[in-house]
Design a protein around this ligand. Sequence first.
Ligand SMILES: N[C@@H](CCC(=O)N[C@@H](CS)C(=O)NCC(=O)O)C(=O)O
Length: 244
Amino acid sequence: MVGAQEQGLKLLVPRSGVSIYAIRVQMALAMKGLAYDYLPEDPRCKSDLLLASNPVHKTLPVLIHSGRPVCESLIIVEYLDDAFPGNGASILPADPYRRAVARFWAAYVDNKMFPSSIGILNTANQQERADKVEETLAAFGLLEAALAECSKEGEAEAPFFGGGSIGFLDIALGCYIPWFEAIGRLAGVPPFLDAARTPKLAAWAGRFSAAKPFIALLTAVDKVEEYITKVLYPKWNVAVTASN
Ligand SMILES: N[C@@H](CCC(=O)N[C@@H](CS)C(=O)NCC(=O)O)C(=O)O
């Protein structure tokens, strides 16, 4: 493990400990064997350091490397891979085409799969909710097909999106595992990562969740549920009960 002081790495994260985006960066830092100063922030009361480091979006996480800020979790993961090529295995695939495909699906997870699934909890009535569930299941179905494609190694299917070992798309998606489970539970629908409907993704999630050092970084599902109901959608239980 390379020391935090030696590399001058600081990570600004939300203090809740449930941030998908912060955990994603922590996974990349773990893969690279890099130590860092962990600086928890209150997103409702942004520090001067955060505002100066990410003046455009003002969001967390932010990585500060030797005094220079890097923002946006997926960009931070790529930066770590570029800035520390000698540390551990590469996070992004070596092949340019595979890199492009991994980036495409990582953006899909952030921009389509997650908004669609969390959107289930923010629907006004039963019909809207059923439509959102259907949309979410379709989004998972597309990723199921992509997993088979991305993980192909020669003729055999590899265990991870990154091939034989965990890579960019694995950590981009892996940090959502407890969130998808919590959303499914709160919405009262069968798990999205279901062995019957999306067998490859379900098996992948099991492998990812059991892999060190990721086990220790994945947030407990109960903690995510509590965060969703108390912080994100405090009125959700009332709204759903009323519309049922
Ligand atoms: N696309 C961003 C999303 C970051 C994000 O939404 N961070 C949340 C915390 S998990 C945040 O800072 N929220 C406070 C705000 O939006 O003001 C990334 O990947 O880093």
